[in-house]
Design a protein around this ligand. Structure first.
Ligand code: COA
Length: 398
């Protein structure tokens, strides 16, 4: 049931299957006749819920410490730890590991954990901002690497950066609730290390990011109040360029008053997607307005968590474990404090992996499960914020 649909029921009224405490009110009216018939039909059919049947993660072996980075750029372990909490991160093995390879490794673990074969899947959703190719997306590469050759299941690539996993979860949940698919593989994976600026010019971005992958198998269940209780996703494109990799790209400089700032050149054809100036002036790296990101993140994280709790008719005191996107330890600590949660109610691993964007939530969740921190019946809250800006949250009854 979509967010838009919920508006028709008015504030305080809960969606069916949301896990909320209040009863659903159904008002017959001429205007919403067809909507009501649709909802009632689904009620009678008993809509399935989605739950996480299997989970796994994979991080590359190579550990890169802050001291290692210090050999390439003007930075210090003290600066990095103080501002971000990061001590080390993992980098993919060059010419061996890519985003789709890391994603495949995590997916295999999730399948094993679910006790499933790859050929039982109905859909692949792959979230990343660092795909192997500009196109096609990583979904089809992962499909090939998992040996899914006969079923011809669809592979959907999503581009929502740090919120990619929560966006993917929300999409997978909707597909399962609608009855369209029963078993969905959702992967979040990144290899940032191949596209960062290792000179002092790129230090504010480069020290933050690391490589890794996490995956979940989402499946249908008829068990009431189990699995995804609610999810909400949002975007505000106003600050799209403030955390972005602008080049290479097909923007042609149209989004800014002075296109030359992005290295766009006036060749008759070509030299737009990638120009010699972009190469010589080092314009092929991500850029980030760190303070703007920080200021927005600390507002949007608590806001969307409150929204998802309200949607499920639950309170912040009901949360057993909060797994935030690992953007920056300071942001996660701020959110924890705002929510009034104890240290044992949050899972942070940015200290060891850095920010792995779309992979950070599934890696952290998989680690928490592995460590025995998640028990059946626990209420888990996932929340993310990042480039776009995009953000979202989900509540899961484990
Ligand atoms: N090592 C040493 N110095 C660095 C540095 C590094 N890695 N990166 C930046 N600096 C310097 C800057 O050049 C600047 O120097 P100056 O004062 O001489 O000009 C100084 O540190 C302060 O820079 P500033 O960008 O104002 O620092 P900050 O306190 O905002 O911290 C971030 C920078 C990136 C750590 C912080 O803004 C942040 O965490 N933002 C959120 C980013 C985030 O979460 N991104 C992921 C989004 S999903």
């Amino acid at each position: 049931m979509g967010q838009g649909a919920k508006e028709h029921w008015g504030r305080g009224q809960k969606c069916i299957g949301s896990g909320g405490k209040r009863a659903t009110k159904i008002h017959f009216s001429k205007d919403f006749k067809y909507l009501e018939i649709y909802f009632l039909t689904n009620l009678l059919k008993k809509m399935p819920s989605s739950y996480i049947k299997g989970i796994g993660y994979y991080v590359p072996e190579t550990i890169v410490t802050n001291a290692d980075l210090q050999r390439h750029m003007d930075t210090t372990d003290e600066w990095i730890q103080e501002r971000t909490g990061i001590q080390e991160r993992r980098y993919a093995a060059k010419h061996k590991e890519t985003t789709s390879v890391l994603g495949t490794n995590a997916a295999k673990k999730a399948l094993t954990n679910a006790g499933m074969d790859a050929n039982e899947l109905d859909l692949i959703i792959f979230a990343t901002l660092s795909p192997d190719y500009y196109f096609p997306g990583c979904g089809v590469l992962l499909q090939r690497q998992l040996g899914i050759t006969k079923t011809e299941i669809p592979a959907l690539d999503i581009r929502n950066q740090c919120s990619g996993f929560v966006y993917g979860l929300s999409v997978a949940d909707a597909f399962i609730r609608s009855g369209m698919y029963k078993n969905i593989l959702l992967v979040g994976a990144e290899t940032h290390s191949m596209g960062l600026d290792f000179s002092t010019r790129g230090r504010n971005v480069t020290v933050i990011f690391g490589d890794g992958a996490g995956a979940v198998i989402m499946s249908a269940t008829d068990e009431q109040f189990r699995g995804i209780l609610a999810s909400r996703i949002h975007a505000n494109g106003e600050f799209a360029e403030e955390l972005a990799m602008i080049n290479p790209g097909s923007h042609g400089g149209v989004h800014v008053p002075d296109p030359s700032v992005y290295g766009y050149e006036e060749a008759e054809y070509g030299e737009t997607f990638i120009s010699p100036k972009m190469l010589t002036d080092g314009m092929l790296f991500p850029n980030m307005n760190g303070q703007l990101v920080f200021k927005n993140a600390v507002v949007k994280f608590p806001e969307v968590i409150a929204e998802v709790l309200e949607a499920a008719g639950l309170e912040k005191t009901d949360i057993d474990l909060l797994v935030c996107h690992q953007a920056n330890l300071r942001i996660s600590q701020f959110v924890q404090k705002t929510m009034g949660l104890r240290d044992d109610q949050v899972w942070n691993n940015i200290q060891r992996y850095g920010n792995t964007t779309a992979a950070s939530i599934p890696i952290a969740l998989a680690e928490a499960v592995e460590a025995g921190k998640v028990k059946k019946g626990d209420l888990i809250c996932l929340a993310a914020f990042g480039s776009g800006f995009t953000w979202g949250a989900a509540l899961i009854r484990w």
